[in-house]
Write a protein that binds this ligand. Sequence first.
Ligand code: EPU
Length: 421
Amino acid sequence: MKDVIRIEGGRKLNGTVRVSGAKNATVALIPASILASGPVTIVGVPNISDVKSLSTILQELKVDVIQKGEDHLVIDPTHMENITLDHPAVTKLRASYYFMGALLGKYKKVKIRMSGGCYLGPRPIDLHLKGFEALGATVKYEQGYYTLEAKELVGTKIFLDFASVGATINILMAAVFAKGRTTIENAAKEPEIIDVVTLLNKMGAKIRGAGTNVITIDGVTELSGCFHEIIPDRIEAGTFIIIAAAAAEHMVVENIIPQHLEALLSKLQEMDVDMDVQVDRVTIRGGRQLKAIDVKTLPYPGLATDLQAPLTTLMTQAYGESTVTETIYPQRFKHCDELGKMGARIDVNMPSAVIHGPTKLYGVDVTATDLRCGASLVIAGLIGDGITTIDEVYHIDRGYDNLDGKLKNLGANIWRDQIEE
Ligand code: EPU
């Protein structure tokens, strides 16, 4: 049996929703914690299945993981063992690749099965591997397993061909114990990178420049445990702001950092969404006629690719022709086929799509092909006529903390049923 989410569309949402800790920071902070020699306490951990998979991987490594209260996680690597990582949890999420950098950094050796995650078109890890090699590691790939090994890791200058989030964080983790200074040029600047560096520096690392495109890491010999609170999830925040723009009468999205959402907020202003931005919250009122816009996804601080699918649903309600150009994952358009089944008129010509609006959407059976596609279908279900049934909701559960529960609190008619696999 498996869950499906059903939504009866048309209810206006009202109330306040609180954003959880950032998924894409959490999935890096957890592997980073094993670099310490004592317990690390992380607060604000979202209740998502990716965290459960990472906890399973930690337990495989004989790391003690204690869940305290709703959102505290204590990670104690004191008795850790560096075993081959091939538990099914490893291939469930792409972020398990962060154990490459963390274990290589700590033990100078790691053997791990290739990671999984959302299929968004090809997602190579060549930049991660080039970074490890530059630090002195050898990389072997045999029968689905990567083996990385180094006699010693030595700091060097690494230029990333693309400002990859994953490669930046992975190289950082491998370099914290390397001899001398490592410089990452054309580093990614996403807020999640700053969060990981904040954790590592609290543990005793010497890293400067996070949030800019040049990060320097001066190697240290030991890291200690610490306490860390995760930043709010800017993608969950953005998703709820878009939900409000599409379906709310009056809604407040709280626990946000508006500076992390500037590209989205300015695009929503251009659409004429009625909103007030305060220091830690956005208030959105519905009822206005929305205008079509053109957007292009870009590395931070540009518009996040992870908000492209939710925004596409909103565009189906705007007057005129909107266009989306996806520069991060040129094939990330599967949600458009699903939205098409609900009545959206979208012409996809990768890496772009033209959305003709406004169109009425109708509740039908659709499939969450990936996490953010799932979010875009939930939004469509909230505004569609009749009942939308979303299948493969495990994608949504991987990355959104209690999305349906939070929507229910806002007045949505959303529930889960179980169906045969
Ligand atoms: N790329 C390479 N080689 C590499 C690494 C990346 O060619 O070695 C390319 C990718 O194929 C892609 C681009 O560079 O075209 C950007 O990839 P990046 O490495 O920045 O992405 P990522 O680290 O794999 C993270 C998030 C994604 C988010 C992207 C972009 C995590 C676990 N995942 O992925 O989040 O879309 O950054 O911001 O942090 C999501 O949350 O739904 C999600 C997919």
